[in-house]
Design a protein around this ligand. Structure first.
Ligand SMILES: C[S@@+](CC[C@H](N)C(=O)[O-])C[C@H]1O[C@@H](n2cnc3c(N)ncnc32)[C@H](O)[C@@H]1O
Length: 296
């Protein structure tokens, strides 16, 4: 073995985290490569402690003794790869996060479409990384404020996420009191009701709001089994975990699915880049319209 090869092999066997389970640089690299290939999430080595603590729970649950054995297991087991990726996602969200996006959606997209919706036209919105549902339900509450009879019209919100646990949570529509602090009191009183039984203490969002939203598991890196067009897409606080080329690819695919003059809303620390930039016009803080452009 050459000195350089020897140095590289010994640094790959170097322990990144020592604890209940040995976790080497080689283990980290293998996990990071799998996660990136399947989900787009780009894990820097500085995240080794986080990866260790999230996955140690999987090793314990499965009775696997070392991270090397865990790497062997995920290599051959698509279901465990999916559980691993779900364990590594960050699902932080809240109702009406970036309130200005919902005002923009109401004034610029929904109110102008309301009459056409009443005549039977479709209105389609997409929350493309919906986490536990607060984002698509905030969109639904905004829809109902602009078009109160929306549930009887052809108005639908698609809510998708890679992580099956958050999708199941969203479908249930159950939230704790403190999670509703950003929901205006009049909307809280109108659309949320306390539940009895084992979920006592939680509030459930009403069936009318839930009927507007369809939750589905969907990996943004995979194929998308729908054609659009969408009048608005929320893709917020997810591509920040991807590398630049992947971000550019996702912006381009999303923009292709937008209706002419449709709106794209992105996270506060994200920027549209790559080929999509030529098809979009900035229209407010981290919101864009598909060119043809902003109506005068
Ligand atoms: C921080 S949350 C953002 C939730 C919401 N959009 C918001 O801004 O409040 C990021 C979400 O992206 C999801 N996610 C990560 N990679 C994904 C992928 N490749 N495809 C779909 N969803 C993904 C995660 O599961 C997580 O629920």
């Amino acid at each position: 073995m050459t000195t350089a090869a020897h140095r590289s092999a010994s640094s790959r066997s170097e322990m990144l985290v020592t604890g209940e389970f040995a976790f080497s640089a080689a283990n980290f690299r293998e996990i990071a490569d799998l996660v990136k290939a399947e989900s787009g999430i780009d894990l820097a080595e500085s995240k080794a402690t986080l990866v260790y603590s999230r996955l140690a729970k999987r090793l314990r649950a499965l009775g696997i003794p070392t991270f090397s054995d865990y790497c062997d297991a995920v290599r051959d087991d698509a279901a465990e790869r999916s559980s691993m990726i779900a364990a590594l996602t960050t699902n932080v969200t809240r109702f009406f996060r970036e309130q200005h996006h919902f005002e923009h959606l109401r004034k610029t997209i929904l109110e102008p479409l309301a009459d056409a919706a009443r005549r039977g036209n479709r209105v389609r919105l997409w929350s493309a990384a919906c986490s536990t549902g607060q984002e698509p339900y905030s969109m639904a509450l905004t829809v109902l404020s602009a078009i109160p009879e929306a549930a009887q019209l052809d108005v639908r919100i698609l809510a998708t996420d890679l992580n099956p646990h958050v999708v199941a949570h969203g479908m249930k529509g159950l939230y704790q009191q403190e999670e509703l602090s950003d929901v205006p009191p009049n909307l809280r009183a109108k659309w949320f009701a306390p539940v009895a039984g084992e979920d006592r203490g939680a509030l459930k969002i009403s069936d009318e709001v839930r009927s507007l939203v369809s939750f589905r598991e969907l990996n943004l890196m995979g194929s998308w089994p729908f054609k659009g067009p969408f009048d608005a897409i929320f893709c917020r606080n997810v591509v920040i975990y991807f590398d630049r080329d992947t971000q550019n690819m996702i912006w381009q695919r999303l923009t292709r699915l937008l209706a002419d003059k449709g709106a794209l809303y992105i996270g506060h620390s994200e920027r549209v880049s790559g080929p999509a930039s030529a098809m979009l016009t900035a229209d407010g803080i981290t919101s864009y319209r598909k060119s043809g452009g902003v109506r005068a």
